[in-house]
Ligand binder design. Sequence first.
Ligand SMILES: Cc1cc2nc3c(=O)[nH]c(=O)nc-3n(C[C@H](O)[C@H](O)[C@H](O)COP(=O)(O)OP(=O)(O)OC[C@H]3O[C@@H](n4cnc5c(N)ncnc54)[C@H](O)[C@@H]3O)c2cc1C
Ligand code: SF4
Length: 338
Amino acid sequence: MMRLPPFTYLAPVSVADAVKLLSDHGREAMPVAGGTDLYPNMKRRQFEPSVLVGLRGIRELVGVRGTGGTGLAIGAGTTLTATSRHAEIARNYPALATAAGLVSTPQLRNMGTLGGNVCVDTRCNYYNQSYQWRKAVNFCMKKDGEICLVAPGSPRCWAVSSSDTAPVLWSLGATVRLVGPEGERAVPISALYRDDGIEYLAKLPEEIVTEISLPPADGLRSAYLKLRRRGSFDFPVLGVAATLAMDGDVVRQARIVLGAVASLPREAAEASALLAGERLTAELIEEVATRAARPSKPLDNTDLTHPYRKKMTRVFVARALRRLAGLPEQAAHGDSRA
Ligand SMILES: Cc1cc2nc3c(=O)[nH]c(=O)nc-3n(C[C@H](O)[C@H](O)[C@H](O)COP(=O)(O)OP(=O)(O)OC[C@H]3O[C@@H](n4cnc5c(N)ncnc54)[C@H](O)[C@@H]3O)c2cc1C
Ligand code: SF4
């Protein structure tokens, strides 16, 4: 059995106190929300903070404000269960309700938070292993080692962004609010991610994600599809998020964002642009899906083969767009519950 290492748990009741504690303890400290990712990672010694700053007691981080008409602000400490079941989210931003409802298992969704999901660690077959396993292969550069075991000549880590909600929030045009020692800032969620398997978040370690804001839902249609081996609790090995802003039956703006194909959510911008000003025909959807698969470049470091995951990108994009167009979806492999 893997055990947690010893650590000190601090329980602030305000964001300001949490930021101060993180700043005071520097690199020794990490924030923890539901702990559903961080605690297993600590058991495997992928993270070794001596101080955890718990966010669970901070009431201002929990809850959903606003309406689909005005836009929503979702507290980072809102659980995935609450996110997936919130009536206003399910009605106006169905892709987010779907993605939150497909994360891991009911128990973990009851503990896991939206903020934790947005910040969840990147994954790799050579990294998400016990300490002994990693030691046996002489570690890798993401933790304790020197080289990348997937691409030994590479100067960087290619661990995979594996959040279900991040690609959806990106496709919806979400903004995140960050509070740190220097104050507060709001950034588009697309600016929160870096193309690096180790330093995958573009934020200071002591900055806390406090809120995720969604724009007004007027004319928005959204869908999320997830590929994984076991529908009961696996991480995504491909996620496809598609959001269309419609003027009647004409697409005003489209955003297709791919999850689990790179170290950050990957926007298929060129393919999305083909939809602007157009009606959703079966032919156009096929063309867009083919283009959208181009930026999908999965490596051989998660479940299922990478050529298959690349191939399924086209299939899932087509299926998501057909759903949004009200066309029948074609049968294909993978998790189609989304
Ligand atoms: C068996 C299993 C299956 C899983 N399957 C999935 C899956 O299918 N899809 C998926 O997306 N995830 C999955 N997860 C990972 C995890 O359960 C979720 O990502 C969950 O949403 C993490 O939220 P949390 O609140 O528990 O985060 P924590 O574990 O508390 O934290 C995760 C990371 O985010 C940081 N953090 C947390 N909150 C904040 C904040 N407000 N501001 C700044 N940093 C913060 C922490 O420091 C840590 O680095 C799985 C985990 C397990 C164990
Ligand atoms: S991509 Fe390479 S460096 Fe990154 S976790 Fe995997 S093996 Fe390690």
